[in-house]
Design a protein around this ligand. Sequence first.
Ligand SMILES: CC(=O)N[C@H]1[C@@H](OP(=O)(O)OP(=O)(O)OC[C@H]2O[C@@H](n3ccc(=O)[nH]c3=O)[C@H](O)[C@@H]2O)O[C@H](CO)[C@H](O)[C@@H]1O
Ligand SMILES: [Mn+2]
Length: 349
Amino acid sequence: MNIPGIILLRQNFLIILVFFGMVLSGLIYLNNIQCSCNQQITEQVIIKSKWKQKTFGLRSSSGLFYNQPSALVLGRTDVAPVTSWSAPIIWEGTFDSTLIDSIYKHQNLTIATTVFALGKYTRFVKDFLESAEKYYFVGFRVHYYLFTDKPESVPEVKMGENRSLTVRKVPSLNRWQDISMNRMEKLEKLIEDELSSEADYIFCLDIDTKFYGRWGAESLGRLVGVIHPWFFDAPRDRFTYERRPVSQAYIPAEEGDYYYAGAAFGGSLKDVHHLTKTCRENLNIDAARSIEAVWQEESHLNKYFLLNKPSKLLSPEYMWRDINEGAAQIKIIRFTNVPKNYAEVRPNP
Ligand SMILES: CC(=O)N[C@H]1[C@@H](OP(=O)(O)OP(=O)(O)OC[C@H]2O[C@@H](n3ccc(=O)[nH]c3=O)[C@H](O)[C@@H]2O)O[C@H](CO)[C@H](O)[C@@H]1O
Ligand SMILES: [Mn+2]
């Protein structure tokens, strides 16, 4: 080969080399993009599966005897057993406790249950815990979390098998409204930091309360609200929703489904985490504008449930006015407020 021929060959060789170099770096670039995508997907999967979700379905045992459910006849005709968005409303006579317990026992559940007792409200702890041990999720694993500013005053209560109590010290607060509202933030943190790998469901309850009847697996659901005992038969324009548009809890007179109690709500960890986070954020926005909703976090909870419909509602049997009060529709009082002298027990009016 002559000299110009050799030069030509070398030039072609260089061009081919550069071409392959470009293809190779292109491939490396694409591969990197794919890797970082995979990484993002893995992270998403981890975030999603952070919540311990069991999806066993509603398994039942053979050989279990119970009354045949009817497609035609309602268990109750004097109350509504379902909402207009097809969520069940749990009333006595609408479920079979033996069947429900047997279904949920298969799932080996842990139910976290939170209460707050600050200041003089520590006096309610003993009756709450003792009555819960008798009636609340009997036969299931229950982990109570009690937040108090006086851990030393928490009484010794004998816990059943698979049942435990964790006491957390929290700072005292001067206003009952702040104590009540502050629960949302504390619950949000508890779920985030500790419960995700520990519990399957959570219920958040008032402490000035007592159980008098079964509260069991019929109450379990993704997002659970309790119909307030004073408003189950009232028209929505009479509900004590927050009516000032400046508040994040605002609900106009022509909107609203039910009036829900602030004293009891629950559901899956993921859903209750979202609920507490949203309410805490909205409480903070209101506070920054120097506005406090008429019924504090209960107002924000009602706004949340208007925009995020509960998947299950509990009738006022699950949060009644007082053990000595009745109503035609209340066939059993499961959980009720205990009477209190507001002026004496609260730190401020
Ligand atoms: C039946 C019902 O739905 N009750 C709600 C209602 O009034 P309540 O009269 O039930 O409110 P409350 O005085 O019981 O306060 C709510 C909770 O805050 C805690 N606490 C309060 C004061 C105190 O000094 N120490 C203390 O620990 C305690 O856990 C108590 O159960 O409105 C409140 C907010 O405005 C809450 O939404 C309550 O859940
Ligand atoms: Mn209360």
